[in-house]
Design a protein around this ligand. Structure first.
Ligand code: GCB
Length: 586
């Protein structure tokens, strides 16, 4: 068994994808989304021999029967006859048989290709949950781990003219040392959950660019792949143009219209290098902390937030698949009066982030270091850091993101402090223009006194914590007299509070899971939180009821965490109005 784990780990480690940068946005892409064939493989027959020694993957499913040369061998699978599934999309909501499934699924589609002289080709995945191995025409391109961030492989030398077989092994088995770990409160949606694209670039191309604004000037750094050449950068509306030769340029003394929720101004930017050209939309703003205030563009701001999962609104909701799915959630948050979103508990899609930016939401983006992960494992740390870098690289240029958050409700111990301390140092090394946080916990020292005591708060810019007075602790009325002891001198964000209610379940306001109870809970919590000195923002937990296998209560939960202000179909509970009235009054 040990040998098997070792061989599997070795295979997974040696073929890592190319990383860094902005490969897909603003470029010529062919979406490979659509109907793919799939084979469910709970025993990993496509990988292992019957004695569990590692089967050379090229001799099994990657060979793709359709293209299989050796017709004399017994082949017990056929992608062409296998059922079809939508990509992007989770498998759990597309087949009743796969609703609770955690294991391996093989995907296959064919890709028509016509080579062009002087071009290179990359295969880009928006996200695959959780692990995957990708092959084309029987050549394994590599593997990726981490369910919410993009990765890509160069396929220039692998694609052949005509039809190509693209096979992806996906596995969403949870693991003790993974990020997230075995236990978490959301649905483990498996599959190729975000778009797959074929991207073409010239021999020398812009691999990455980063733009930032410090209040007086705009800095741009670019990096190239395949050679060196000058890069021209233009922001036409500001009349800015420069040729970058050494990888960096600064436009001094510029006065752009600043991005803010009331005026989410974005500018077109064009970068060109030889035949390569990328276009994007970027905003300019500053964010910093002064004492216990958060300053956006130099002025104190109150974050009227809500937390949400990347799960669509609908009768059978699943992982969001499209811009329309993201828009429906964002419109609900707009109606609630929000100017801020906590994108919980892992990186949401790029579409979600971009649309939120256009619509004027400040954003908190988060890593799935959730509850009690394996703090002492160096491999777990490396995994978390990779996910962090992939998230930051994808979204560095989004002005809407004001906070990177590294963890949620993690237990206090030295290993965790060191692990998260290293992640925080990494964030600061890569980005000095944003705030760093982590959602901490509060403790009741007795029913009337709550404390937030956590050495991690010394490393973050903001003291953020989750609290559930009136739900997991006490009653809504207890909010009236609860006293708080919170580290002083930093801004405070209450990153979660709330309770459960089933939409349409009415009764007295002392009855759990009724809309009336939840409305009272919110009224009492909002009064209590408003009294906290240094309060800079709040995030009700959460916008929409979301699927969670930890919530089986029949007739009420039925596999949904019912703490949404709207239910899974978008219907508003009474508490929605309570929060909206509060936001209108601030
Ligand atoms: C929390 C977690 C969140 C859960 C929520 C709950 O503290 O951060 O992920 O879903 O509580 O509903 O219990």
């Amino acid at each position: 068994m040990r040998r098997l784990i070792f061989i599997t780990a070795a295979l997974l480690l040696t073929l890592l994808p190319a990383r860094a940068g902005v490969l897909a946005p603003g470029r010529e892409c062919v979406s490979l989304g659509g109907r793919w064939h799939y084979i469910v493989d709970p025993m990993d027959t496509g990988i292992y021999k019957y004695h569990m020694t590692l089967q050379k993957p090229s001799k099994r499913f990657f060979a793709d029967r359709h293209f299989y040369e050796d017709k004399t061998r017994l082949v017990e699978y056929d992608f062409d006859k296998a059922p079809l599934i939508d990509v992007p999309g989770d498998w759990n909501t597309q087949s009743e048989r796969l609703y609770y499934y955690e294991g391996s699924v093989w995907y296959r589609r064919t890709v028509d290709f016509k080579p062009e002289a002087g071009k290179r080709w990359f295969l880009y995945f928006g996200a695959v949950n959780y692990k995957c191995m990708v092959g084309i025409n029987n050549t394994i391109l590599g593997t990726h781990k981490g369910g919410f961030t993009p990765f890509w492989f160069e396929v220039t030398d692998v694609l052949k003219e005509g039809s190509n077989s693209l096979v992806v092994w996906v596995n969403n088995t949870r693991g003790q040392s993974e990020v997230p770990t075995l236990n978490y409160d959301w649905w483990n949606y498996g599959g190729i959950t975000r778009d797959v694209k074929l991207v073409s670039v010239p021999e020398v191309f812009i691999k990455d660019y980063k733009i930032s604004f410090d209040g007086s000037g705009i800095d741009i750094t670019v990096s190239l792949d395949g050679g060196s050449a000058p890069v021209t950068v233009e922001i036409p509306e500001l009349g800015l143009r420069k040729v970058i030769r050494g990888g960096h340029a600064r436009f001094c003394k510029v006065k752009p219209e600043l991005w803010c929720p009331e005026n989410p101004k974005l500018y077109d930017i064009v970068l060109s290098c030889g035949e390569d050209r990328i276009t994007d939309r970027v905003g300019f703003r500053t964010v910093r902390v002064e004492g216990d205030k958060i300053l956006l563009n130099g002025k104190p701001v109150f974050l009227k937030g809500v937390a949400l999962h990347d799960e669509s609104i609908g009768v059978n909701p699943g992982r969001c698949r499209s811009e329309q799915d993201a828009r429906a959630l964002l419109e609900a948050a707009k109606d609630l009066g929000c100017n801020f979103l906590r994108l919980a508990h892992y990186p949401h899609s790029e579409e979600m982030v971009r649309l939120a930016e256009e619509m004027g939401f400040m954003l908190w983006e988060e890593l799935p270091c959730y509850w009690n992960i394996d703090w002492s494992s160096e491999e777990t740390y490396a995994n978390a850091e990779t996910q962090l870098l992939e998230m930051m690289e994808r979204d560095y240029n989004r002005a809407a993101i004001i906070i990177w958050s590294v963890a949620n409700e993690t237990p206090r111990n030295p290993e965790r402090l060191s692990f998260l301390g290293r992640l925080i140092a990494k964030v600061r090394e890569k980005d000095s223009g944003r705030l760093v946080s982590a959602a901490l916990e509060k403790k009741l020292v007795d029913p009337r006194h709550a404390v937030v005591e956590d050495e991690l708060a010394e490393l973050t810019d903001i003291v953020s914590f989750n609290q559930y007075e009136g739900w997991y602790d006490g009653t809504p009325a207890d909010c009236d007299s609860l006293s708080w002891q919170i580290p002083v001198g930093k801004p405070i964000i209450v990153s979660e509070f709330g309770g459960g209610a089933l939409y349409g379940n009415h009764g007295s306001d002392s009855e759990l899971f009724t809309e009336e109870y939840l409305a009272l809970l919110y009224r009492k919590n909002l009064e209590m939180l408003s009294r906290l000195p240094g309060l800079c923002g709040i995030c009700p937990w959460c916008l929409k009821d979301f699927r969670s296998p930890k919530r089986p209560l029949t007739g009420i939960q039925d596999d949904f965490n019912r703490k949404g202000l709207i239910d899974e179909q978008g219907r508003r509970k009474q508490a929605f109005g309570v929060v909206r009235d509060y936001y209108l009054s601030r």
